[in-house]
Design a protein around this ligand. Structure first.
Ligand code: PMP
Length: 830
């Protein structure tokens, strides 16, 4: 390394160059004696002669790079690197002596340029500097240049001051990750078996280190202590070890790459004892030059088995980790990369002659014998692939096994696990069909309406299991009723203790008052409260109260409000409902205020009942306008919050959007799955129940559901639960939106508030296919999802992985206009 003749332009008129004796001027000398400049310097003063000596010493040194900073021809300061080439490190310092050049950002510019020079031209990996903690301006400038504070301690040179150590690093780009473990089933402990003067893995370490394109080598092994000897062996070769996932290689790779900040990864398997450094260099060069995401010499395989090299980018690996869904793709690190040619750009190194059938890998005892035989023939320290192939032929070794047996085995397991057995569910459906109309109590749970009918047996958190033992992440959550999660912490215990003392008493229980008071505290429209069981109960009760209150009959509705005559009578499912009843209900359109206005102007309307949150929510003050119209026409406004309540916010959509109705109805999420619905509203209207409006149920006051609701509300409040669910919903929406954009799929739309959002398809066939495909991949979704507090980001990412596959298939199927193997069923329409 030479300090002479360096000239680095930063921008026109600002540059760095090596100094010579002539630069030891009075000006330079004056800086060192200026108290403003030398405040932070350890060398306070020098003579001009000493400065000359200083410059000469640096120019002679082999590890110091002293450069002057020049503005035009004016020398304004110096910068210096003290380099430790062995460790690829340097210590950096800078002084800007000319005070006119302060506060112009020159320090940052120079620092950045010197660092680039050190990283790119000298090949350093890390630069450190020391700065006094009181020198805030310098610290700021260094931070701007990319340095971070890594340490601080009392300064040896300055009393009462602290030295701050700052560092900037440029991580080595290319890492060879050697994967190995001790627990091979075919040849246990194979990596540590001796072959000549090294262990099998020792040969791998030794040979990989010889590749010129490799910046760093790391051993990636499992956490299990059985692998300790591998770490000891790697130490002998000065190779660091990463201990990661024992079974899921993909996870191990991702964690390892995060740990070592690798950007380009070379995957080497420990059983490739004779991996060839020249082949590594060729594949890395191919990778760099082709701009591929994945380059290898194994797809197609033309080199002997045992010379496998795969190179890929960090981004590609992370992408795989987000997408890969099936076991075999996660058990091995790269199948997804090489299978999905459409997603990743591939490059392939092919041998002149096809030697695919030749086997020089260590999997079986027989392989060990072959390798030991070869070791007698060629020098494993130097032999490349050609020499080894020649020796192989000379020894006349018989070829005997197939490539990638481990992967083939995983694929077999995939097919077994992928094709879920549903025999118990199917048998139950047949029995149910005979005794239960639709085979279920809710249409959306019925085999006729959900395209992947299973009987569920148990749940835990956000996961559920069917009667055949298949596991799913549940994004339906009991049609929105499950808000905390299945078997949530103390929820079951708290409800169980309620059951022990009794469930339904002959007279009211104190908890009824307690819960009613709580509801009044949190729901804006609640002055009085009545508990019932179903959403349909409370919406019907609300309509009756409104009719009694106004003395009118007509109801304007917008949304789904349950199965009772007044509500469902206006849909196509109106069999059995007298026309005179359905004639009294008129529907209006969400976000279309004129459609409501017309009804109110032309009819004597008792109640406007609506779901306040539909699709993507109200626009242009729609809810406020509805409120205004109801006031003008003296109509009772009912918000049906059976779905939006206890899901959007603690006070429901009415609190979220700041519009208070006269009556509102709640259900579903309030009690984490226990049957409870709630009617609340103005005392003036609610009090009619005391006085002629008959609303009464046997089970409205069952104390288990009431205590479940109290527990759920308190827990949501304590954990900021709604915010958490909404942030999961946002994560879901963001990811799904970008996937849909990526696939350019038409007829699919992301809709809904993040608390209750999902996909809407313009074709029933596609929706049905989607439901089935997702369920096959362990995701239960009807289309629109309900999140619960137990859902995790991991659950969301699993959803995204499955969706990725589903959209891929939908795209293919759409192009073929053909949903081949899927039984398409009509799904729930209300
Ligand atoms: N209102 C709304 C907004 C609903 O979503 C539902 C149920 N899907 C109901 C009322 C009826 O509730 P239930 O099924 O509990 O009678």
């Amino acid at each position: 390394m030479n300090n002479i003749g360096i000239n680095i332009e930063i921008r026109p008129n600002l540059y760095l160059r090596s100094l010579n004796e002539n630069d030891a001027t009075e000006t330079y000398y004056s800086w060192l004696n200026d108290t403003d400049v030398n405040k932070y310097l350890s060398t306070k003063s020098a003579t001009v002669e000493e400065l000359k000596e200083y410059i000469n010493d640096n120019n002679k040194s082999t590890n110091k790079i002293l450069l002057g900073i020049f503005m035009g021809h004016t020398h304004i300061g110096n910068t210096k690197l003290e380099v430790d080439l062995d460790n690829k490190r340097a210590i950096f310092s800078i002084m800007i002596g000319s005070k006119e050049s302060w506060n112009l950002g020159i320090g940052t510019e120079v620092t950045k340029k010197v660092c680039d020079y050190a990283f790119d031209k000298i090949g350093l990996k890390n630069i450190e500097l020391g700065v006094l903690d009181s020198n805030l301006g310098a610290i700021k400038a260094y931070k701007k240049a990319g340095f971070v504070i890594v340490d601080s301690g009392l300064s040896p040179a300055f009393d009462n001051s602290k030295d701050v150590v700052m560092r900037i690093e440029r991580y080595p780009k290319v890492w060879a990750i050697i994967q190995a473990r001790m627990g091979s089933t075919r040849l246990p402990g194979k990596a540590m078996l001796p072959i000549g003067k090294r262990t099998a893995i020792g040969h791998v370490f030794n040979r990989v280190k010889k590749a010129k394109t490799v910046d760093h080598v790391v051993l990636a092994t499992g956490k299990d202590s059985i692998n300790d000897p591998l770490e000891v062996e790697a130490n002998k070769y000065d190779i660091p070890t990463f201990r990661g996932d024992d079974d899921w290689l993909l996870n191990r790779y991702v964690d390892c790459v995060c740990d070592c900040h690798a950007e380009t990864i070379i995957r080497i398997t420990g059983d490739c004892v004779l991996v060839d450094p020249d082949i590594i260099d060729k594949v890395v060069t191919l990778f760099n030059e082709s701009g591929a995401d994945y380059a290898s010499n194994v797809h197609p395989p033309t080199y002997p088995d045992g010379f496998d090299v795969e190179v890929f980018s960090k981004e590609a690996l992370f992408d795989v980790s987000r997408r890969a869904n099936i076991d075999s793709d996660r058990e091995h690190a790269t199948p997804y990369l090489w299978k999905k040619k459409g997603f990743f750009k591939h490059a392939s190194l092919e041998n002149d002659v096809d030697l695919n059938e030749m086997r020089v890998v260590l999997d079986y005892k027989r392989d060990l014998e072959i390798l030991r035989q070869l070791e007698g023939e060629v020098d494993f320290e130097t032999a490349g692939v050609n020499e080894i192939v020649e020796a192989y032929r000379r020894l006349d070794i018989e070829q005997y096994a197939v490539r990638n047996e481990g992967y083939a085995l995983s694929l077999q397991n995939d097919t077994d696990s992928y094709k879920k057995s549903l025999s118990n569910s199917e048998a139950l459906i047949e029995r149910a069909k005979k005794v239960i109309p639709c085979s279920a109590q809710t249409y959306s749970k019925s085999y006729r309406h959900f395209a992947y009918p299973v009987f569920l047996r148990e749940g835990s958190g956000s996961h559920v299991w069917d009667v055949d033992g298949n596991e799913y992440i549940d994004f339906n959550c009991g049609l929105g009723a499950v808000s905390l999660g299945y078997g949530y912490k103390f929820f079951n215990t708290s409800c169980r203790s309620a059951t022990i003392s009794g469930i339904s008493f002959s007279q009211p229980h104190p908890i009824e008052v307690e819960l009613a008071e709580k509801i009044i505290d949190i729901i804006p429209s609640a002055e009085m409260v009545k508990f019932m069981k179903n959403g349909s109960d409370v919406t019907t009760a609300a309509v009756r109260l409104a009719r009694a209150h106004t003395g009118r009959d007509v109801v304007a509705k917008c949304g789904y409000h349950g199965f009772h005559d007044w509500s469902i009578g206006v849909t196509s499912n109106n069999a059995g409902i007298p026309k005179c009843v359905s004639d009294l209900t008129i529907e209006f359109e969400y976000n279309n205020i004129d459609s409501l206005k017309k009804i109110l102007e032309n009819h004597k309307v008792a109640a406007v009942i609506m779901e306040p949150l539909q699709h993507n929510g109200p626009i242009d003050g729609f809810l406020r306008d509805v409120r205004g119209l109801c006031d003008t026409h003296e109509v009772v406004l009912i918000f049906d919050e059976v779905l939006s309540g206890f899901r959007t916010a603690l006070g429901g959509a009415q609190a979220y959007y700041g519009v208070t109705p006269d009556l509102s109805t709640f259900g579903k999420a309030v009690s984490n799955g226990f049957p409870l619905s709630i009617l609340v509203g103005k005392s003036e209207i609610m009090k009619q129940i005391d006085d002629g409006v008959f609303i009464s149920t046997t089970f409205g006051g069952d104390i288990v559901s009431l205590s479940a609701a109290l527990y759920t509300i308190n827990e949501m409040e304590a954990t900021n639960g709604y915010d958490k669910m909404i942030s999961l919903g946002n994560m879901w929406k963001d990811n799904v939106n970008s996937l849909i954009k990526e696939y350019e799929i038409e007829g699919v739309e992301v809709v809904g508030h993040p608390s209750h959002c999902g996909l809407v398809f313009d074709s029933v066939d596609t929706l049905s296919f989607y439901q089935q495909f997702m369920a096959e991949q362990g995701i239960l979704t009807l289309g629109i999802n309900n999140f619960c507090l137990s859902h995790t980001e991991r659950d969301i990412m699993n959803f995204i992985r499955a969706l990725d596959e589903a959209l891929y298939a939908i795209k293919e199927l759409q192009e073929l206009e053909f949903y081949r193997d899927y039984r398409i069923r009509p799904v729930f329409k209300r």
